[in-house]
Design a protein around this ligand. Sequence first.
Ligand SMILES: Cc1cc2nc3c(=O)[nH]c(=O)nc-3n(C[C@H](O)[C@H](O)[C@H](O)COP(=O)(O)OP(=O)(O)OC[C@H]3O[C@@H](n4cnc5c(N)ncnc54)[C@H](O)[C@@H]3O)c2cc1C
Ligand SMILES: *[C@@H]1O[C@H](CO)[C@@H](O)[C@H](O)[C@H]1NC(C)=O
Ligand SMILES: *[C@@H]1O[C@H](CO)[C@@H](O)[C@H](O)[C@H]1NC(C)=O
Ligand SMILES: *[C@@H]1O[C@H](CO)[C@@H](O)[C@H](O)[C@H]1NC(C)=O
Ligand SMILES: *[C@@H]1O[C@H](CO)[C@@H](O)[C@H](O)[C@H]1NC(C)=O
Ligand SMILES: *[C@@H]1O[C@H](CO)[C@@H](O)[C@H](O)[C@H]1NC(C)=O
Ligand SMILES: *[C@@H]1O[C@H](CO)[C@@H](O)[C@H](O)[C@H]1NC(C)=O
Ligand SMILES: *[C@@H]1O[C@H](CO)[C@@H](O)[C@H](O)[C@H]1NC(C)=O
Ligand SMILES: *[C@@H]1O[C@H](CO)[C@@H](O)[C@H](O)[C@H]1NC(C)=O
Length: 537
Amino acid sequence: MEKPTPLATISVTSMIPFVIVLVSLQTSCAAPTTESMYVTFVDCLRNNINTPNISNIVFAQTNASYASVLSAYIRNARFNTSSSPKPLVIVTPLRESHVQIAVICAKSIGVQLKTRSGGHDFEGLSYISGEPFIMLDMFNLRNITLDLENEVAVVQAGATLGEVYYRIWEESNVHGFPAGVCPTVGVGGHFSGGGYGNMMRKYGLSIDHIIDAQIVDVKGRIINKESMGEELFWAIRGGGGASFGVILSYTIKLVPVPKVVTVFRVEKTLEQNATDLVVQWQQVAPHTDERLFMRLQLHPVNSMVGERQKTLRAEVTSLFLGGVDELVPLLDKEFPTLGLNKESCIEMNWIESALFWAGLHHPDALLGRKPNSPKFLKRKSDYVKTPISKDGLEWIWKRMIELGQTSLVFNPYGGRMNEISVNATAFPHRAGNLFKIEYSVNWEEPGVAAEKNFTTQIRRLYSYLTPFVSKNPRSAFLNYRDLDIGINHHGNNSYQEGEVYGIKYFNNNFYRLVKIKTEVDPENYFRNVQSIPTVKL
Ligand SMILES: Cc1cc2nc3c(=O)[nH]c(=O)nc-3n(C[C@H](O)[C@H](O)[C@H](O)COP(=O)(O)OP(=O)(O)OC[C@H]3O[C@@H](n4cnc5c(N)ncnc54)[C@H](O)[C@@H]3O)c2cc1C
Ligand SMILES: *[C@@H]1O[C@H](CO)[C@@H](O)[C@H](O)[C@H]1NC(C)=O
Ligand SMILES: *[C@@H]1O[C@H](CO)[C@@H](O)[C@H](O)[C@H]1NC(C)=O
Ligand SMILES: *[C@@H]1O[C@H](CO)[C@@H](O)[C@H](O)[C@H]1NC(C)=O
Ligand SMILES: *[C@@H]1O[C@H](CO)[C@@H](O)[C@H](O)[C@H]1NC(C)=O
Ligand SMILES: *[C@@H]1O[C@H](CO)[C@@H](O)[C@H](O)[C@H]1NC(C)=O
Ligand SMILES: *[C@@H]1O[C@H](CO)[C@@H](O)[C@H](O)[C@H]1NC(C)=O
Ligand SMILES: *[C@@H]1O[C@H](CO)[C@@H](O)[C@H](O)[C@H]1NC(C)=O
Ligand SMILES: *[C@@H]1O[C@H](CO)[C@@H](O)[C@H](O)[C@H]1NC(C)=O
């Protein structure tokens, strides 16, 4: 193919009229009301979008479809209530130029713009804001242009991971891409925050395979790797997209996968010596063959056997990039407490393994954009650098059983993750981490009482785990967005507030991100409660 084409790079001359319009707008609305913001914004779009009408990309709050468009990509029922802040307008761009114009028009009237791709942000930051805002909903920008000969694909931000996997599978049974397990997750948020999945120990993160990107900057220009420069390109691989502009697409390099891979899932309760299994998992999972990824989930459950009412279930779910004849002897030797036998293993191809991990049965399901069932969720994260002792684990199990509903997921690091430098991308959690903990609580009942109950419970567990996890900073994963670790009011202390969560998400890479942010968006237009702050020069 030709080299990845800048899909719809607007020529500089075609941009000039917008700038003129905007200058005159700015002076005419010093203190806009929400109503006038809406009118001015829509007028600005209408004046600049080169189609007879814009009615098919703009949803006003009064529009009958507004509510369903808004909730279509809300993935956390906590932010789907009548009191959740709502966008003044939803814009659903059909072309890249629509994104440019939306940025220019929103900025010119000083209204915030939130970009949503897949809507999976755990704190809803892509569609919630404390200040008046317009939402840019990227779901129509979902093209995936695959060039198998060069093993690359241009993936627009509104595509889902399932669509990426599906398109690869349509053309090849020996290629794949290392990204998340849940197929409805959006490329825009997932890749810009790092993106990890079950090939992480072999291939690292999604961002480790991104070779180019297109982004609309604060001036409404489309820039790519060459025109944005190394620094911004570095930032949007792990630093999140929302602080820097609107990501239009990423160009990814595919990775090879074997024709036959193996999956298994093994479960043990405390009565079946789950604690010994977890002790050994910590010794094996981060250090074993890098083709093997063994996720460990720990759930408090009702006991089926014995005296105890409640117990804990450990569940190991794995992907091995190879055959069962190699896997079983490997784990026999390294991980005998798992007791893995051939019968528990299933050989399949890579796309089937993606289905297995997602609990789906047919590749077409990867194209589905509806999640199973909307739930109320809260997540938190931690990194573990030294193994937790057996006594420590037993103490944690007691606390989890007392709390009742919060699960832990241990995702092993090591392998390729150890070989990539902490500052190769903005994502800093590389060598030295044994595993990441995801804290997870889901509930079904609406209402503040239930929310308080379950969020208190997950926060307690997080607090109990303090002695066992990374310190100074206590690190966290951006894609497991958690507003408990600090928020920014973007007032006079914006830098200090930003540093609190910033060093947790980015460690020392935070300071480089601030420098880049200050250069590319000095007025801090692209912001949210956990964005990268600017620094006064
Ligand atoms: C069910 C579920 C499973 C998950 N599994 C995994 C997993 O296996 N691995 C993993 O790493 N993570 C996982 N995550 C976390 C997920 O990667 C993050 O929530 C990610 O940010 C989601 O991207 P999105 O586009 O769907 O989200 P959105 O909510 O649309 O966006 C998330 C953030 O990115 C910003 N953003 C979105 N699109 C753009 C854009 N085009 N330009 C600029 N900024 C943008 C938003 O403004 C927001 O701040 C999971 C989340 C859920 C809910
Ligand atoms: C609602 O918005 C859609 C998309 O812009 C448009 O097609 C439709 O005509 C609008 N309906 C009303 C009643 O305004
Ligand atoms: C404008 O949009 C509406 C709603 O999508 C559509 O019915 C109408 O045909 C469009 N008009 C023109 C001139 O494109
Ligand atoms: C959000 O609310 C709408 C309308 O009440 C509902 O159809 C949808 O399933 C809800 N989504 C979530 C994630 O709660
Ligand atoms: C997506 O691809 C189709 C077919 O190549 C093309 O017509 C369309 O313009 C593309 N859309 C965007 C938003 O790039
Ligand atoms: C658990 O471990 C004990 C001590 O090593 C052993 O006697 C027992 O058989 C094990 N139980 C199971 C179910 O494997
Ligand atoms: C990246 O880290 C290495 C050491 O790991 C250091 O030598 C280098 O200067 C760092 N680069 C930047 C730009 O900080
Ligand atoms: C609080 O959580 C516990 C489970 O941990 C549950 O049994 C109880 O019903 C919850 N209470 C409310 C009000 O949701
Ligand atoms: C921020 O600083 C400016 C200048 O020092 C001051 O006038 C203003 O009151 C401060 N704002 C707040 C919210 O503290």
